[in-house]
Design a protein around this ligand. Structure first.
Ligand SMILES: Cc1cc2nc3c(=O)[nH]c(=O)nc-3n(C[C@H](O)[C@H](O)[C@H](O)COP(=O)(O)OP(=O)(O)OC[C@H]3O[C@@H](n4cnc5c(N)ncnc54)[C@H](O)[C@@H]3O)c2cc1C
Length: 467
């Protein structure tokens, strides 16, 4: 096969890149490894909130850029942070022009949420929801311009002449080999969250103890292909995810929602010995990462009192109170901390002593002196003192990996010496350098995907115009 641009993966980042290049008059081919008409990738399951570090995309770009640097502890490449901060809204407007529909969400940072909204029903009910409609809309627009999505085509190797990437090879679902000659390749395979071997090396010692809160398609093929072609790989540690009920492994109704992040934000989380192990004020994504990175990601328990359960527990759509119990999740309830400890298999006197110390520190405004410290994040920590008390067995859920192929602001893949690799781009969750770092800073998978997809295509158009 021959084309100008070949894209690996038909999620939102790949389709944005493909459609933008097709609008510029290029012949575009998108390879999608799944065979189904409505292949289920993360972009189809998405909740669909276009935001930047939980800030409104309509905020001033300088503020968004500063927030990205703050959230990632200056880990983000400045050029990527600037690209997302300046082009976030532009990428949404461009998608709107392509026919993708957005609506306002219920919270102030949600100016752009895919329509029809996804957060209306429990479980993975994606059919006819925002992500599903978005992918179908983008593919239909691509088809009008002569572009194609070839389903059942898995890319396995990049081909080049040592100086530039010139295409790729792969296998069809039926086992036949194929190759594509092209002026450039865009890797848009969505990350490596479903590859247990890669996860074990980079993210957690026990991948099986982390729940796959995603479409399970991200096997890191793009990462491996790019590495073989000499690309630089970023720090791979962080992932975007949430804290879920531990029952989710046996109960499909408990994901993608409810997540327990807001209960933890006001309350606390302990390990199987009843000890706090991380600063809950750093937010749900950081807590999920701390659970995954520890030696034993299992056996964690979220603790709250009735004030927390009735306020933070109810604040969001599909919040744990009452969705958790309504969908069969475990919620222990007791009139004393000692009784609660017994229900969860924890040592009662240890838990009582720990919570006494914790409460005293919060009341004296000395949470930061605790070990681990207890900071106030977006939510104020609340002493655990009003009966009844609640406990929820919890696990970390991984949605996508934050690290990946190092790119610059034009989404060009970088070689180990930081020079761009001619003819190779990486976009969306295949790309690294924006999110992650020590703080596991989360920016937003969708805004990252639309901005890098758009920028890769626009750079390709520019380069191919010149040559
Ligand atoms: C439940 C859920 C809720 C979310 N909510 C939000 C939200 O509200 N806001 C937000 O910003 N983000 C959210 N996200 C994250 C966001 O949806 C993703 O970051 C984004 O959709 C990723 O797009 P992508 O194109 O990089 O990857 P994907 O959508 O994963 O697409 C990658 C595609 O590549 C294909 N592929 C993989 N390997 C190959 C190969 N070798 N050859 C060919 N094809 C291949 C896969 O099958 C897949 O179809 C959510 C994710 C989930 C799962």
């Amino acid at each position: 096969m021959q084309c100008d641009l070949v894209v690996i993966g038909a999620g939102v980042s790949g389709l944005v890149a493909a459609l933008r290049a097709a609008q510029g008059g290029r012949r575009v081919l998108v390879l999608e490894k799944l065979s189904e008409e409505r292949y289920v990738c993360n972009s189809r399951l998405t909740t669909g909130v276009w935001h930047c570090c939980a800030m409104d995309l309509l905020s001033e770009p300088e503020k968004l850029e500063a927030r990205i640097m703050e959230v990632t502890g200056n880990y983000a490449r400045l050029d990527l942070a600037r690209a997302v901060a300046t082009d976030g809204v532009r990428s949404v407007r461009w998608m709107q022009q392509a026919g993708v529909r957005f609506m306002k969400g219920p919270f102030d940072y949600q100016s752009f949420v895919l329509s029809p909204p996804a957060l209306t029903a429990q479980g993975r009910q994606w059919e006819g929801r925002g992500g599903d409609v978005m992918l179908r809309t983008l593919e239909a627009e691509l088809a009008k311009l002569g572009g194609r999505v070839l389903r059942g085509h898995r890319a396995t190797r990049l081909d080049g002449n040592g100086e530039a990437i010139q295409g790729l090879s792969g296998k069809t679902a039926a086992g036949a080999s194929f190759s594509v000659q092209a002026s450039a390749v865009v890797i848009a395979d969505g990350g490596f969250q479903a590859n247990t071997q890669l996860l074990q090396g980079a993210v957690t010692p026990r991948p099986e103890a982390i729940f796959q809160r995603n479409a399970r398609t991200g096997m890191g093929d793009g990462l491996a292909m790019a590495r073989d072609a000499g690309a630089q790989i970023t720090d791979l540690r962080g992932f975007y995810g949430h804290v879920l009920s531990a029952d989710v492994f046996d109960n499909d109704k408990l994901w993608p929602y409810p997540y327990l992040d807001y209960v933890i934000g006001a309350g606390l989380i302990v390990d199987r010995h009843g000890r706090r192990f991380t600063d809950e004020g750093r937010g749900g994504v950081a807590v999920a990462n701390a659970m995954g990175a520890g030696e034993d990601p299992s056996g964690k328990i979220v603790i709250a009192d009735s004030c927390i359960w009735n306020e933070s527990g109810t604040q969001r759509l599909l919040s744990p109170n009452p969705t958790l119990v309504n969908n069969g999740g475990t919620l222990h309830r007791a009139n004393s901390i000692a009784e609660l400890a017994t229900l969860c298999g924890l040592d009662p006197s240890n838990l009582v002593a720990m919570i006494d110390t914790y409460n005293a520190a919060l009341k004296a405004d000395r949470g930061l002196e605790l070990s681990p410290p207890r900071s106030a994040g977006r939510q104020k920590p609340v002493p655990i003192e009003t009966a009844p008390f609640y406990a929820i067995p919890a696990c970390a859920g991984i949605t996508y990996t934050m690290g990946g192929i190092a790119i610059n602001a034009a989404a060009q893949a970088l070689a180990v010496d930081d020079s761009p690799i001619a003819g190779l781009y990486a976009v969306g969750c295949a790309a690294g350098g924006l999110e992650g770092g020590e703080k596991c800073g989360y920016v937003g998978g969708l805004v990252k995907s639309s901005v890098t997809g758009l920028r890769a295509a626009e750079h390709f158009l520019q380069v191919s115009e010149q040559s």
